[in-house]
Each structure stands twice: as C-alpha cells, then as structure tokens.
Design a protein around this ligand. Structure first.
Ligand SMILES: [Zn+2]
Length: 269
C-alpha cells in the first residue's frame, strides 16, 4: 500500500491511477489512566499504518488523524477533542479530496471508540452518493483471535503493548493500576463506558463522562466478557504482543480489501 505522506505528487499521481481504495487511520489524543501517554490511540494508528505499507495491495493510506471525539475524557487534563460536527467536516473534506483523485472506496481504520458514531454519519452521507465507506476497529476483532488478546478495558494490556512497541519511553507498565469501576447506584452497574447493566442483563444506554465511572481514567469493561472472566490487567504485556496483533490485523486487511472493492452502491437520486 502507498503511504501518502511519503510520496512526491508525481508518485502520488501514479499511485492514485492504480488505486480505488483509500484508508484513513484515525486516533485520539486522550487520557488512558495512570501509566499511558495521551497519544496512545494515535501511536497505535501510526504503528498500524506503518505496517500497512508492507501489505501487497493497491490502496492509498492517508496520514493519521491524531485528534478525534474524546470530550468525555477531558476531565483528565491533556485530552483534546473535536466536536462531532467538526470531526465529521474534517473527515468529509479529506474524503472529498480522495474522491477527486479517483477513490470510490474509503475505509476508516479507527483506533478510538468515540470516533465511531461521527464516522458512521460520514459513511452514511457518502453511501447516498454511491461511495462505499466503512469503519474497521481492530479492537473489536482481536480479542476473538486469541484468549491472551482479550480486551478488558480502557488502558489495558493490548493498548499498553502498542505504546511499548512504538514509544516505549512514554510508558512504564509498573505505574499501571488495575481499575475499580464506579457503579451509578448499587443496582445500576457499569458494563462499559455507556452501557449500564440493570438486574445483571439489561444494558441501559447512558451518555456518560469517564469520571462518572472511573476515578483514575482507566476502566474495566465487564460487558465485554459476560462470562465474568475479566482477565489480567497488565501481566505479561510486552511489545511483541503488538507485533503479533498487527500481523493478524494486516492479514485480515489483505483479505478484506479485495472483497470491500467488490461492493458497489447506486447513488440515491
Ligand atoms: Zn485507547
């Protein structure tokens, strides 16, 4: 694949003549608890996008967008956020340029859950015009591949592994604290950021701030594992874990992208 930021305009022109698909990696600048830097999500996006260059497929990769929608983290200083509308405008305008260069399939490679809703709205608007756009989030897939890769919450071992691989000097896993979630009441139990469990089973969808459910910024997300296995928080974490997870995600992308390109939509008239 072709990393846009590494090419001259002439090389980019040639690459666009061969590509129908573009990948836009998106991150966030947001708090991740006591041991991880604010750049965790965009370091992760950056690490993945560096790896994409070695995937043998004709697709353009844009620069990583390092700031997304993370306002609900901003009680913990340093978190930056765009509003929904601004993020939608920024992403839409990037898409417009790509479409102008001949792209008609756009994959949002998103490393931050808070970006998902605005990205979905951009994808829906593009679909009306017959442009195929979709969001892929590595963390929704990886826990199903291997037990040790189970995601268990915000700031967990999987996220830590990427920081150890990409910017090890910014993180000391010894500073990690396994979080204790705050429930809203004795009976309204935190399932994940916005899903509150009532009577053990029924999620009620709130719109919360991180400080409503966590004092330290990191969070366990028990609803990810209804079987009650909340796993280890940080034990066994190392940069190799990020390498191994990246390899799996790259294999997935290499198989997914040709299928993605087979999708065609009629514009809405
Ligand atoms: Zn994160």
């Amino acid at each position: 694949m072709y990393l846009l930021e590494n090419m001259t305009w002439a090389k980019a022109q040639e690459a666009f003549s061969k590509c129908k698909t573009a990948i836009i990696p998106l991150g966030s600048t947001e708090q991740h608890g006591p041991h991880l830097p604010l750049g965790t999500d965009f370091f992760t996006a950056q690490y993945f996008s560096d790896a994409m260059v070695n995937v043998d497929y004709n697709a353009i990769i844009t620069p990583v967008l390092p700031i997304g929608f993370a306002d609900y983290h901003s009680d913990f200083p340093g978190t930056l956020s765009l509003t929904y509308d601004t993020l939608m405008h920024v992403v839409s305008e990037i898409c417009e340029k790509l479409i102008g260069y001949g792209i008609d399939h756009i994959l949002f490679f998103n490393t931050h859950g808070g970006n998902a809703a605005p990205l979905g709205r951009v994808a829906y608007a593009l679909r009306q015009r017959g442009i195929v756009a979709a969001t892929y989030m590595w963390f929704e897939m990886i826990g199903h591949i291997k037990d040790e890769w189970k995601l268990i919450g915000h700031g967990d071992a999987s996220e830590t592994a990427f920081v150890l691989a990409y910017r090890p000097e910014t993180c000391d896993p010894n500073d990690a604290i396994r979080p204790t979630n705050k429930n809203l009441t004795d009976k309204l139990i935190m399932g994940d950021m916005n899903e509150i469990m009532f009577k053990g089973v029924m999620p009620v969808h709130f719109q919360l701030r991180v400080k409503d459910v966590s004092d330290i910024g990191a969070m366990l997300e028990p609803s990810l594992y209804p079987d009650g296995d909340h796993g280890q928080w940080m034990e066994g974490v190392d940069p190799k874990m990020a390498e191994d997870m990246t390899k799996v995600v790259m294999e997935y992308l290499a198989e997914f992208l040709p299928e993605f390109e087979k999708v065609h939509f009629d514009p809405v008239v």
